[in-house]
Design a protein around this ligand. Structure first.
Ligand code: LLP
Length: 421
């Protein structure tokens, strides 16, 4: 459930009409709902309320500092994968003790930044990384908490570009070698082994791959404990999918996911961490855009909107579907016809949907791309020198611009012409 609904024939974010945001901020613009973010975060907490846990929001899904502050103030931890994300989490007021650092290519500078700023744990992805982190920690006179990410070789049955738990993926160490790698980690003076980490993929719409992976993690926990390691924490990653279409095929709910965790690793007495991103932020945001032209083509009509692939990359990158709805509610029984919804960028790939049945729209009308709160603004670029898309946060009957649209001057000011030109 989200808080984007029609009221009096017009799509609202909570109590704010999207028409008002479009008038005051312009389009394209991302609009997030505080109530939806809060609700989704609460569902994960509730799903794990049977045990000690920390829900670490995957910052990569939506890294606006206002969103991070909102979640951090509710008690969320953060899962970061770069120095930039770490800096954002800290700027949002999240204490280092609630930040986990994942990612296959952490540099020494990033590791140092997190050690100095405070860290809950590093999720280590390889032996070279483990040795580098230990050396650095020793040189800084500290010991840092680590979990080692294991690759359970489980098929997450999701899009190949967002599947991470198969042996052919670059993530984690093969689970078959885990005991050997943990033995080395335990002997490294800069590391304190506290747990195990796993993440098998994103947009999972079936719980079985989770069950499979977590059961393997349970077995590994027992084996590592028998080897003398203190495994007190399990980081189970993110990945629970969201409904991108309003039909009856909704993915499982957080509460059902929590039940799988309880059934597979609930008896181990470990503190549980999870790293949901999409499920918290995805349906808490829309991308609001305006129709620029309606172009009649041969055999099809094009709805050309002012948002493009640089603002919302998912359709062109993964063939992802985002529901597109008119902001003015169509009259019941209004005639619909098929459109290709496209952006202004000079690539055929700048196509959001083909043959979508939409009520007749005209230039100037507003449309909303649903389910755009995760992996939307964060993946945006300035391709075609389109200024980075702004973001707005709604709460009840008010809203704030949480990232302003850059002016051309600001955009251009980042480039410099060398003196010899
Ligand atoms: N933890 C780790 C280590 C991850 O790699 C990811 C996502 C998450 C947590 C959060 O997963 P989520 O709960 O959001 O599914 N850009 C793609 C998604 C890439 C996800 C990468 N890793 C998309 O737009 O679909």
């Amino acid at each position: 459930m989200d808080h984007f609904n029609y009221r009096d024939g017009s799509l609202h974010a909570e109590e704010v009409p999207l028409t008002r945001i479009a008038a005051e901020v312009g389009t394209p613009v991302y609009v997030y709902s505080t109530a939806t973010l809060t609700r989704h975060f609460g569902l994960f907490r509730q799903a794990l309320d049977w045990t000690d846990h920390l829900v670490c929001f995957a910052v990569k899904a939506n890294s606006n500092i206002a969103v991070l502050k909102l979640l951090g103030d509710l008690g969320a931890g953060m899962d970061v994968v770069s120095g930039g994300e770490y800096a954002r989490a800290r700027a949002a007021g999240v204490p280092g003790g609630r930040i986990v650092f994942s990612g296959v290519g952490k540099t020494r500078a990033e590791m140092r930044q997190a050690i100095e700023g405070g860290i809950r744990q590093f999720n280590i992805e390889s032996e070279p990384e483990m040795r580098a982190l230990s050396d650095l920690a020793v040189s800084m006179g500290v010991q840092v908490p680590v979990a080692i990410r294991v690759n359970p070789d489980v098929d997450a049955k999701t899009h190949e570009k967002i599947s991470t738990g198969k042996s052919e993926n670059k993530f984690g160490i093969p689970i078959a070698r885990a005991r050997e790698v943990y033995a080395e980690a335990a002997a490294l003076p800069g590391l304190k082994v506290v747990g195990i980490d796993v993440h098998i993929g994103s947009q999972l719409v079936d719980l079985e791959p989770f069950r499979h992976a977590y059961a393997k993690l349970g077995d590994l926990t027992r084996a590592l404990r028998a080897d003398g390691h203190q495994i007190s924490r399990l980081d189970l990653g993110g990945g629970l999918g969201i409904p991108y279409r309003r039909d009856n095929n909704a993915p499982p709910l957080p509460i059902e996911y929590g039940q799988v965790i309880r059934e597979t690793v609930g008896d181990l007495g470990c503190e549980i961490e999870i790293e949901p991103g999409r499920n918290i932020a995805g349906n808490a945001g829309v991308l609001l855009a305006q129709v620029v032209y309606l172009k009649e083509g041969e055999g099809r009509d094009f709805l050309i909107v002012d948002a493009a692939m640089n603002d919302l990359l998912r359709p062109s990158m993964y063939g992802a579907h985002h529901d597109i709805v008119p902001v003015t509610e169509p009259a019941p029984g209004a005639e619909v016809s098929p459109f290709d919804v496209v952006g202004p960028v000079c690539e055929s790939g700048d196509t959001f949907q083909k043959g979508t049945q939409l009520s007749r729209l005209a230039a100037g009308d507003l449309v909303a791309f649903r389910s755009a709160g995760a992996y939307g603004a964060v993946m945006a670029s300035e391709y075609n020198s389109r200024p980075l898309v702004p973001e707005v946060l709604v709460s009840g009957d008010h809203f704030a611009v949480i990232r302003a649209r850059p002016t051309y001057e600001e955009m251009l000011a980042r480039d410099t012409i060398p003196g010899w030109l």
